[in-house]
Each structure stands twice: as C-alpha cells, then as structure tokens.
Design a protein. Sequence first.
Length: 159
Amino acid sequence: MSPKFRFDALLKIRESEQNAKKDAFLDAQRRSQEALAALETLERALAAERNKSRIYRTGAALDPASLRARQEERRRLLERRDEAQKIYDILAEETEIKREELNEAIKEAKVLQKLKEKNEERRLEEERKRAQKELDEQATRQKIYERRQHSQDEEDETR
C-alpha cells in the first residue's frame, strides 16, 4: 500500500467544493435559460400584438375603447418584457459569476491533483531506486562471494 498523500483531505475538500460549485453553476445556468425562454415568449407575444394592431388599424371603424385596450395590453406586455429582460440580465450575470467560481475551483483541485501525481511519481522513483540499490548490493555480494570462492579454489589447487 502506498503512503497517504499528505494533502488528501484538502484535495477531497477542494473536489467537494468543485462539485458544489458545479451544481450551483448548472442551477444558475438553468434559471438563466428559463428566464431567456420567458423573455423570448414575451417578445413573440409583443410581435403578435404588433401584427394584430396593424390588422386592426387597416380595418373599418376604429373604436376608441378597443384602441385603448390594445394600447394598455401593449404597455403591459412591454413592462413584462422589460422586467423579464432585467431578470435575465441579473441571472446571466450570476451565471457568469458562478462559471468563474467553478473555473477557480477546478484550478485549485487540479493544482492539488498535479501535486498528488508528482508526489506519487517521486515515491515510485524512490522505490525503483531502492529496489535497484538492493539488486546492485546483491550483485556485489555475489561477485565478492564468487571471487572469494575462486581464490579459495586456486589456493586449494596450489596446495
């Protein structure tokens, strides 16, 4: 088992923060898209109202009460559209802030992840060097043993 990365707890916290910020960003993005859809719906309603007004004006007699009602309806649609535009602008700005926060959280987690990877690479390199050193020592001992054995054999032959 490899030794524990000393910043493991911090890495887990950063990854948890990253996930929370991702969820917050996705939620802000969803709300922003909903606001945009509502804004587009109001834009279409305004376009339809303009078309109805053109058709109405080309008709026969203009009824003042009906004309006022159409103007009032158009004014309400414009107010609702302006309010929807403000809401969308606020939500779009919030989404961008959440995106920046998410990007920052991703960077922080990546820094720790890279540090963990480098730490693991260093550990593996040290382990490899230790294993190589052991092999070298064994080979040296074997070579010394063989030389001693060879020396003894030569001494035995000369006797």
